[in-house]
Ligand binder design. Structure first.
Ligand code: CAA
Length: 256
């Protein structure tokens, strides 16, 4: 069985499901390679306009595979190229929605934090428990959590390794939406379908502006936003979107 399953549950929407249920979807190198390849396919496929990344009802992913990691030293870990996986994920150009049920811990939570939109089940269990293993988050956890919810909340959870529920994630601003567990996947697919109907170039430039803006001083970020904004005025979809509004008809966006 593949470690990552791919389906197209709605027009323009790819669903990627991590599939190692026996180990709560722990992320080993095979999962990372398959996920990396599946995301590259989705990026290259013009028919795919939004992606939902999910696990199963028990676990989104319970972290890096501890059994694989336990044997490796820093040189082996570096040679595995895990950093490239995180870089590729961060550079994924299309809307990426994490649909999170069950455990999202360590590298699993970091995977969700690297997505654009998080739909989280009320009873999900999230956290960065790496400290309890004698390490610390290494897939962006300290930095993405800090930027998402500030120093005091981030250190509260990263230093203790405590888990928190999906409801708490919503209260901390760590979820785009918190829904009943059974609604997580349907809601994520519904949202992805609505994004898939929108102009892909606008979505790509919005994503780029927000993500680059998080790392830049305000003036530089505003300049970047303005040039992305001007660029979109050269797109066919701009003319289509505005003509559709004026002619009172639905727009048909082509990503051109
Ligand atoms: N790696 C490897 N195997 C894992 C795993 C992981 N991260 N998480 C769970 N499993 C395996 C268990 O070993 C167990 O396998 P066996 O049946 O062969 O023993 C199976 O999944 C089921 O797990 P449990 O029996 O432990 O299930 P539970 O319901 O009692 O507990 C849990 C669930 C609280 C999530 C517990 O499994 C747990 O604490 N897992 C580890 C969580 C963790 O520490 N994650 C961080 C990893 S480090 C990391 O992520 C670093 C990084 O990216 C930089």
């Amino acid at each position: 069985m593949p470690n990552v399953l791919k389906e197209m549950p709605a027009p323009g929407v790819a669903k990627l499901q991590i599939n190692r249920p026996d180990v709560l979807n722990a992320l080993n190198m095979e999962v990372r390679h398959e996920l990396d390849a599946a995301l590259a396919d989705c990026a290259a496929d013009p028919e795919t306009r939004a992606v939902v990344l999910t696990g199963n009802e028990k676990a989104f992913a319970a972290g890096a595979d501890i059994k694989e990691m336990a044997k490796a030293g820093p040189v082996e870990l570096h040679a595995l190229g895990i950093e490239q996986f995180w870089q590729n994920l961060a550079a994924f150009p299309k809307p990426l929605i994490a649909a999170v049920n069950g455990f999202a811990l360590g590298g699993g939570f970091e995977l969700a934090l690297a997505c654009d939109i998080l739909i989280v089940g009320e009873k999900a269990q999230l956290g960065l428990p790496e400290v309890r293993l004698g390490i610390m988050p290494g897939g962006g956890g300290t930095q993405r959590l800090l930027r998402a919810c500030g120093k005091y909340i981030a250190l509260r959870y990263v230093m203790t390794g405590d888990r928190f529920s999906g409801i708490k994630a919503g209260e901390l601003g760590l979820a785009s939406e918190v829904v009943e567990d059974e609604q997580v996947l349907p809601r994520a697919v519904e949202l992805a379908e609505s994004l898939a109907a929108l102009p892909p170039l606008s979505l790509a430039k919005i994503k780029e502006s927000v993500l680059q803006g998080m790392e830049a001083p305000l003036n530089a970020a505003l300049k970047q936003e303005r040039s992305a904004y001007y660029l979109l005025h050269a797109s066919e979809d701009k003319f289509e979107g505005m003509a559709a509004f004026i002619e009172k008809r639905p727009a048909n966006f082509k990503g051109k």
